[in-house]
Design a protein around this ligand. Structure first.
Ligand SMILES: NC(=O)c1ccc[n+]([C@@H]2O[C@H](COP(=O)([O-])OP(=O)(O)OC[C@H]3O[C@@H](n4cnc5c(N)ncnc54)[C@H](O)[C@@H]3O)[C@@H](O)[C@H]2O)c1
Length: 438
């Protein structure tokens, strides 16, 4: 393909040289003459392992060049990738000036061409930027229509400086958030010779994924450092600890515990986080991230509570009271806090959970119920149908058997509040469906 790459910084230079290596004919565009000159002479404007050799090889093969004229490349290419900077303002928000300017430059040039042009954006930008800011800029400056005369696709870059060339050829996946099928097909063709899986989605999701990835990487670094600081005080080798911890690919380094939903609870996580934080304080070790876990969890309980109260209905049915399905352990179950608060505020509450038989609870679990929710026997239902007959609001608090059928059983006047994403598709329900964080 004939491809242009706008912005010859870290991302743009690597992208240009690597796309040429994949077989495309690439022209880089930059307002900085020095960078244009470098590429045109087969040299790298940045220091990056393996890049200079690749640029020189591709330039000599006639597959990589550079220019400062947007107009010229838009005429001669069918796909443009935008890799200009999106730096921070002092308040943390991002400066979209460079991407907006490039879009206007491309738009102006698009006004004079007849082919369907695909604009792919690799710069990191917050969700909604593509659709709310850049598409209007492109349409306004070109006088053309997205999806008809040109297409846009958000394609975040996941490379790391220092191993950027190797990361380009071995990405975790290729993510394409395109506005229409024709654009998506062209974008797929750009990366067709990479073996990584391709995920297609909306521009907004793709924009968000990039921030989720970088925030999570940042979170991992500070988490490991806080653990490391405590380990040092305790005379424990933090590297040995983390090495062993990371061997658990089933629960620790895995998809588990990464589904947005309700607060955690049960007899272990809250207790153990509390104990670890107590040890941080005893040893005078600062750990802002670990210390904020429990307050973030409390906040999620408040989010659920607020959603229920905002329905302005008074008869609340709770499906699932144990902290997760398949157990009768009620200790520190976060929905119990919600129930306590609702009962205290005068709401009429009923609960159904097939795993919880109050007459059979034992030990600490029994003691918890007797001390914390002594009225529980009087609000338990014997079946889901009994609860649905009573409730104006149905809160699904764990993934108990049969709870996913609630959607089909709701009356028109009932509201379902789903805390666990029990329903993937709520379109067939007669009632109103609300997810806690979706
Ligand atoms: N650096 C990384 O490791 C990395 C990794 C993934 C994503 N990103 C994201 O990619 C984007 C680019 O990052 P970078 O580090 O390559 O930036 P950079 O600052 O190194 O390069 C940006 C380039 O864009 C050029 N430019 C500015 N306006 C232009 C215009 N109107 N026309 C043509 N060129 C123009 C600049 O001259 C500069 O050469 C950012 O949004 C960044 O957040 C960076």
């Amino acid at each position: 393909m004939e491809v242009s790459v706008f912005g010859l910084g870290y991302v743009g230079t690597v992208t240009s040289a690597c796309l040429a290596k994949l077989g495309h004919t690439v022209t880089g565009v930059d307002i900085n003459e020095f960078k244009v000159d470098c590429i045109a002479k087969g040299k790298s404007p940045i220091a990056e392992t393996g890049l200079e050799d690749l640029i020189s090889e591709m330039q000599a093969a006639g597959r990589l060049g550079a220019t400062s004229s947007a107009e010229e490349v838009i005429r001669s290419t069918t796909v443009s990738l935008i890799c200009v900077g999106t730096p921070s303002y002092e308040n943390g928000s991002i400066d979209l000036g460079f991407v907006e300017r490039v879009c206007r430059d491309i738009g102006k040039a698009l006004g004079g061409v007849n082919h369907f042009h695909v604009v792919m954006i690799r710069s990191t930008m917050l969700p909604g930027t593509m659709e709310d800011k850049l598409v209007p800029a492109l349409e306004e400056s070109s006088g053309k229509k997205v999806g008809v005369d040109f297409g846009v696709c958000y394609n975040p870059e996941f490379l790391r400086e220092g191993s950027a060339v190797s990361d380009f050829f071995n990405p975790p996946f290729t993510l394409l958030g395109a506005t229409d099928d024709r654009t998506l097909r062209a974008a797929q063709e750009v990366f067709s010779s990479l073996s990584a899986p391709v995920f297609t989605t909306s521009p907004r999701v793709a924009e968000m994924v990039k921030y989720v990835a970088n925030s999570f990487h940042a979170l991992k670094v500070v988490f490991a450092n806080e653990i490391g600081n405590l380990c040092k005080k305790e005379g424990i080798d933090s590297h040995e600890v983390m090495r062993i911890f990371c061997k658990d690919k089933r629960l620790s380094i895995s998809e588990h515990y990464l589904e947005p939903g309700f607060a955690f609870g049960g007899s272990c996580l809250p207790k153990d986080v509390r104990a670890l934080c107590a040890r941080f304080r005893e040893t005078k070790t600062v750990a802002p991230v670990l210390e904020s876990i429990l307050s973030s969890n409390q906040n999620q309980i408040r989010v659920a509570q607020k959603m229920i109260e905002e329905t302005r209905k008074k008869k609340i049915g709770i499906l699932g009271i144990s902290f997760k399905a398949g157990t009768d352990d009620l200790r520190e179950s976060p929905i119990v806090s919600v129930i306590e608060s609702l009962v205290g505020k005068g709401y009429s509450v009923k609960v159904f959970d097939e795993n919880v038989d109050l007459s059979r609870l034992l030990g600490a679990n029994r003691q918890f119920v007797q001390e914390e929710v002594p009225y529980l026997p009087s609000i338990m239902c014997f079946s889901m149908d009994e609860l649905l007959d009573f409730a104006e609001v149905v809160v699904i608090a764990n993934k108990g058997t049969g709870f996913k059928d609630v959607g089909g059983k709701l009356r028109k006047d009932q509201v379902a509040i789903d805390l666990v994403r029990i329903m993937e598709d709520a379109s067939d329900t007669a009632g109103t469906y609300k997810g806690i964080c979706w």
